[in-house]
Write a protein that binds this ligand. Sequence first.
Ligand code: F6R
Length: 357
Amino acid sequence: EKGTYPHYMLKEIDEQPLVIRKIIQKYQDDNGQLVIQPDILNAVDEADRVYIVAAGTSYHAGLLGKQFIEKWAKTPVEVHVASEFSYNMPLLSENPLFIFISQSGETADSRAVLVQVKELGYKTLTITNVPGSTLSREADYTLLLHAGPEIAVASTKAYTAQIAVLSILAAVTAERKGAGLHFDLAQELGIVATAMEALCDQKEEFEYIAREYLSTTRNCFFIGRAVDYYVGLEGSLKLKEISYIQAEGFAGGELKHGTIALIENGTPVIALATQEHVNLSIRGNVKEVVARGANPCIISIKGLEEEDDRFVLPEVHETLTPLVAVVPLQLISYFAALHRGCDVDKPRNLAKSVTVE
Ligand code: F6R
């Protein structure tokens, strides 16, 4: 099934451009308009607040979903870790909609929340890769990721598919509210797919970065601001789960409130700089860690690049940069794990779907 690929993870990373194109196609009508089933659109439109509930990588996608839904559809969104929700239930709004994001549709922590909020009579939507999965069957509505089976324990193509589907949901809701986007999302997602392809064609570069920064290190930090912070969280999860390097993602501005104490001579710090509005600040953070001896790996984007940047991403629409910024982080994690002799597809202590609470 993995054909000529040595690992499912590498195959699934490579499938991302295709998956994005498939999603565009699946969510388009005959006229090329992005569409969402009317009952789901009604549910989102009527909600006074959206509660996104998820775990792990799907939670990280939820953090980005909040950006789209709040910015475009103007509906307030809270994002919650499923395992904490039941005993940390927020004060709910009058007319909430719950969105469960789950690749497998089987995560027990998420299901426990679903059962709980259904008892309270609230509307529920599951965004999943698996039709007929528990979370899909038990929620009122389902949106599918169309990513094809994800076998590697480390989630890659499901994450980018989740972001793409959330962006479409937000854009179509915004349209419905009479506040359509000022750009063509389907077209911009197409540009993202092309950019992802270009990144997947540069594997030697990411293998080299992994060798240079991560072959012997004990730890690694990811920093970013705004959406780059969320992508950094995902990058750090990818790296730690398959390479066992202690990896943490931080908001650039939080560094000086404690974390910077961990920086030693040679500590790798992967910094994302894809957002113009925080570019100066994140570059300031890089200088701070470099002054403490860090080994910086700056990943920026065309238009914001500077001389010392280690890698420059192809340009995509500024709201969609997470979809491309995560690809190098996935590939760097893959090669770091490979170089360190780890079982990339089946990391120790982890299961593909966590069906116990
Ligand atoms: C990380 C990873 C996990 C899952 C999490 C939720 O690579 O795969 O963090 O994202 O267990 O799983 P789903 O999305 O199936 O609910």
